[in-house]
Design a protein around this ligand. Structure first.
Ligand SMILES: *[C@@H]1O[C@H](CO)[C@@H](O)[C@H](O)[C@H]1NC(C)=O
Ligand SMILES: *[C@@H]1O[C@H](CO)[C@@H](O)[C@H](O)[C@H]1NC(C)=O
Ligand SMILES: *[C@@H]1O[C@H](CO)[C@@H](O)[C@H](O)[C@H]1NC(C)=O
Length: 324
C-alpha cells in the first residue's frame, strides 16, 4: 500500500512539475518573444468606437452626434473654429452657447449658436439647425452654407431668431419652417439665392423683423403686405412687381423701416404711406413707380425716398394724384 501511495505521489509531483514548466515556457513565449521581435503588430483599439465621454447633461450628449456629423460635412474652415468642436465640453466649443432650458432650469443645453463671420462652407444646414431641440438663436451670417432651410426648424419650440444672411442658401422661401413655427419673430435671409415667391401668409405671421432683400424673389407684391406686424421690412434687390399695396397703411403703429428699392414696382406710391406714423426710413428708389410730386407728409420724414417721380396716389389706384 505504502509503495503504491508513493508511486501515486511521485506521479502527482511529476504532473505538477510538468504543468509548472509548461506555464513558464508558455509565459516566455507570450510575454518575452513579442518584445524581442519588434515587428509583431500589437492590435490597436478600433478607432471607430468612440471613447467614453462624460457630458454635463443628457441634453448635451444628444446634440453631440449632430455637431460631429455636421462638422464632417464642412468643406472649408479658414479660421479653424471646428478644431474646438471636440470632446464632451460642448459649451466650450467656439460658436456654441449653453443655458438652462425654460422647461427645466437645472438642465443644461445648447441655447444659442453663433457662427457669424466664420466663413465656413457646407452643402447644407439641414439636420443641423433642427437637431437642437432647445435652440433659441441661430446666427450664421457671412458663411458659405448652401442648400435650403429645413421645414424641421418649425418644431424648435424656443427658436425666435434665425439669421442666415449672406450665404449661398437656395430653394424657395422657407415657408413651412416659418409659417409653422410658433416662436420665430426675427427672420433674416438677406443676400442668398432664394427664389420663387413669398407666401402671403408670412404677412399675417407675428414677426418683428423680416429681412429678405438681395435674393431672387419674383412676384407681384401680395395685397395683404400691410397686415404685417414687423418693425423692419426689407424687400430690396429682388424682382418684386406690381404696386405697393394700399394695405400698407394698416402697419401704421409698427412699421419703422421699409426698403422697396431695386425691384420692378409700378404704379404710384400709395397715399396710405402717409399714415405710417412710426416710419423713419422708406426707400422705394430704382423702381418704375410713376408720378411727379410727393406727399408733404412723406417729405417731412427724415429718410424717405419714393424714387423717380415720387408720385403719390389717392382715390383710384390707377390715377396718380400729386400732393403738395
Ligand atoms: C475651454 O476652452 C479654453 C480655451 O479655449 C480652455 O482654456 C479651457 O480649459 C476649456 N475648458 C474646458 C472645461 O474644457
Ligand atoms: C432636469 O434636468 C436634470 C439634469 O439633466 C435632470 O437630472 C432632471 O431629471 C430633470 N428634471 C425633469 C423634471 O425632467
Ligand atoms: C429679374 O430681373 C432682372 C433685371 O433686373 C432680369 O434680368 C431677370 O431675368 C429677372 N429674373 C427673373 C427670374 O425674372
Amino acid at each position: 500500500m505504502d509503495q503504491k501511495h508513493n508511486q501515486l505521489l511521485l506521479a502527482y509531483y511529476y504532473h505538477t512539475a510538468t504543468t509548472f514548466f509548461m506555464i513558464i515556457i508558455l509565459s516566455f513565449l507570450f510575454v518575452f518573444i513579442p518584445t524581442l521581435n519588434s515587428t509583431i503588430i500589437i492590435p490597436q483599439p478600433d478607432p471607430l468606437i468612440p471613447e467614453i465621454l462624460n457630458f454635463l447633461d443628457q441634453r448635451l450628449a444628444l446634440v453631440y452626434p449632430i455637431i460631429q456629423t455636421f462638422k464632417n460635412t464642412i468643406t472649408s474652415d479658414p479660421f479653424g473654429v471646428t478644431q474646438t468642436w471636440v470632446g464632451p465640453n460642448i459649451c466650450n466649443y467656439t460658436g456654441f452657447y449653453c443655458d438652462n432650458p425654460p422647461d427645466n432650469l437645472t438642465a443644461l443645453t445648447v441655447a444659442s449658436i453663433d457662427l457669424n463671420g466664420f466663413r465656413l462652407a457646407a452643402p447644407s444646414l439641414d439636420g443641423f439647425i433642427d437637431g437642437f431641440p432647445d435652440l433659441a438663436l441661430f446666427h450664421a451670417n457671412t458663411n458659405s452654407f448652401s442648400g435650403p432651410i429645413s421645414a424641421g426648424i418649425a418644431k424648435l419650440q424656443y427658436l425666435y431668431e434665425l439669421d442666415v444672411s449672406n450665404n449661398m442658401l437656395s430653394g424657395t422661401f422657407p415657408a413651412e419652417a416659418v409659417l409653422n413655427s410658433r416662436s420665430l419673430t426675427f427672420l433674416d435671409i438677406r443676400f442668398n439665392l432664394f427664389y420663387g415667391s413669398v407666401p402671403p401668409g408670412i404677412f399675417v405671421k407675428r414677426l418683428d423683423v423680416l429681412f429678405i432683400n438681395d435674393n431672387d424673389f419674383v412676384q407681384r407684391l401680395p395685397e395683404n403686405l400691410g397686415e404685417t406686424s414687423v418693425y423692419y421690412l426689407t424687400l430690396a434687390n429682388n424682382n418684386f412687381t406690381g404696386p405697393i399695396p394700399r394695405s400698407i397703411g394698416k402697419a401704421s403703429e409698427t412699421l419703422m423701416e421699409v426698403l422697396f428699392l431695386n425691384n420692378h414696382l409700378t404704379g404710384c406710391v400709395p397715399y396710405e404711406i402717409g399714415f405710417l406714423t412710426k416710419l423713419t426710413v422708406l426707400d422705394a428708389g430704382n423702381n418704375q413707380l410713376t408720378g411727379g410730386g410727393g406727399d408733404t407728409q412723406l417729405r417731412r420724414k427724415p429718410s424717405v425716398r419714393t424714387g423717380a417721380g415720387g408720385g403719390v396716389c389717392i382715390g383710384e389706384y390707377s390715377e396718380p394724384v400729386l400732393i403738395g
